[in-house]
Design a protein around this ligand. Structure first.
Ligand code: ADP
Ligand code: MG
Length: 322
């Protein structure tokens, strides 16, 4: 029996738009998953259905064999075991950090509630912010409070809907490292929606790719990276360079060797941009394909220069369009 079982979930809005199309997925306890997909592909709908916060047309969600009931089937929508953190963190602006975190605990035994609060303040490093109001916190700290609040009831599964999209990349990096350690220590099952593969790589090991409500791929992040099968899936990991004269054959920037003197094909450097470890070059290689993105570690070429590129045949990705 799988821990979290999603079986044939279909959701149609307004009788016509299929936001989710017969989606099935099995998740084991303590696994961390990212859900990635273009805007409108059904990611938020999937999380709401898992949490029991939305009514499906077909299909079921089971947690440890127990069927999750939707708001039509259950008096109070949602479950303590499944906590969803939405994109807008939903903090109460006139409540302190401590009040926000303990709000879900109001109905519980006072001793238990204060014990949970202290543990969460400590785990999330928010002890000195307990009396602060959300507006007095950075974006990253606000997200921590929202996640701490979701964990107050000791849920089995934490569902995160693009929780970091409003943070800058430096704030995000530190927060993701911190959360990764917290989630591992708690052994909690996490499903995170993101449009940023970097977030997925920093926080989760498993990936599920959605397109137009359908599950395209599921599995370990590294396996999907190594064998993406379609240009849509491969595109989430970074730029793809299309090989001139070859249909559906692509190279990642990291697979391309470049030289100022010799190589398989020749191109003209259109743009050079400085990155900390390399120069990112945009290179015109042929009239029939879009310019390539390549990386050069020696910072010795200028815009307008000629550059030669080569690659090993086993690095060529043969990808379907869809
Ligand atoms: P994502 O989170 O991947 O951007 P959503 O699950 O929010 O996608 O939406 C999937 C599709 O369903 C989109 O086309 C969206 O416009 C539509 N949709 C989402 N919520 C509603 C709603 N409450 N009413 C009508 N259509 C909706
Ligand atoms: Mg969404």
């Amino acid at each position: 029996m799988s821990y979290l079982k999603i079986e044939g979930l279909t959701k149609t809005y307004n009788g016509e738009l299929k936001a989710l199309d017969a989606l099935s997925l099995n998740i084991s306890k303590s696994e961390r998953w990212s859900i990635i997909g273009a805007s409108g592909s059904g990611k938020s709908t999937l999380l709401k259905l898992i949490a029991g916060m939305e009514v499906q047309n077909e299909g079921f969600v089971y947690l440890e064999g127990k069927k999750i009931l939707n708001p039509k089937q259950k008096l109070v929508a949602g479950y303590d075991e499944l906590q969803l953190v939405k994109q807008d963190n939903g903090l109460f602006p006139l409540s302190t950090v401590a009040e926000n975190i303990s709000r879900p605990l109001l109905q519980y035994d006072k001793e238990y509630a204060s014990e949970r609060l202290e543990i969460l303040l400590q785990v999330f490093g928010l002890e000195d912010k307990r009396n602060s109001f959300p507006r007095e916190l950075s974006g990253g700290q606000q997200q921590k409070v929202a996640i701490a609040r979701a964990l107050s009831l000791e849920p089995e599964v934490l569902l995160l809907d693009e929780p970091f999209s409003s943070l800058d990349s430096l704030q995000k990096r530190g927060l993701l490292d911190e959360l990764n350690l917290i989630f591992k220590t708690l052994g909690i099952t996490v499903i995170m929606v993101t449009h940023d593969i970097q977030d997925a790589l920093l926080l989760t090991e498993n990936l599920c790719v959605l397109s137009e409500g359908k599950l395209l791929r599921q599995g370990k992040v590294n396996e999907i990276y190594e064998n993406p099968q379609t240009a849509y899936v491969a595109g989430f990991f970074g730029p793809l360079n299309s090989i001139p004269g070859q249909t559906n054959q692509y190279l990642r920037p990291s697979s391309i060797k470049n030289s100022t003197t010799k190589g398989k094909i020749k191109g003209k450097v259109l743009l050079k941009r400085y990155f900390p470890d390399y120069d990112l070059l945009t290179v015109e290689v042929s009239e029939e394909t879009p310019p390539w993105q390549i990386t050069r570690y020696e910072r010795d070429v200028s815009e307008g220069a000629t550059i030669y590129m080569s690659w090993e045949e086993n690095k060529v990705l043969i990808l379907d369009e869809k």
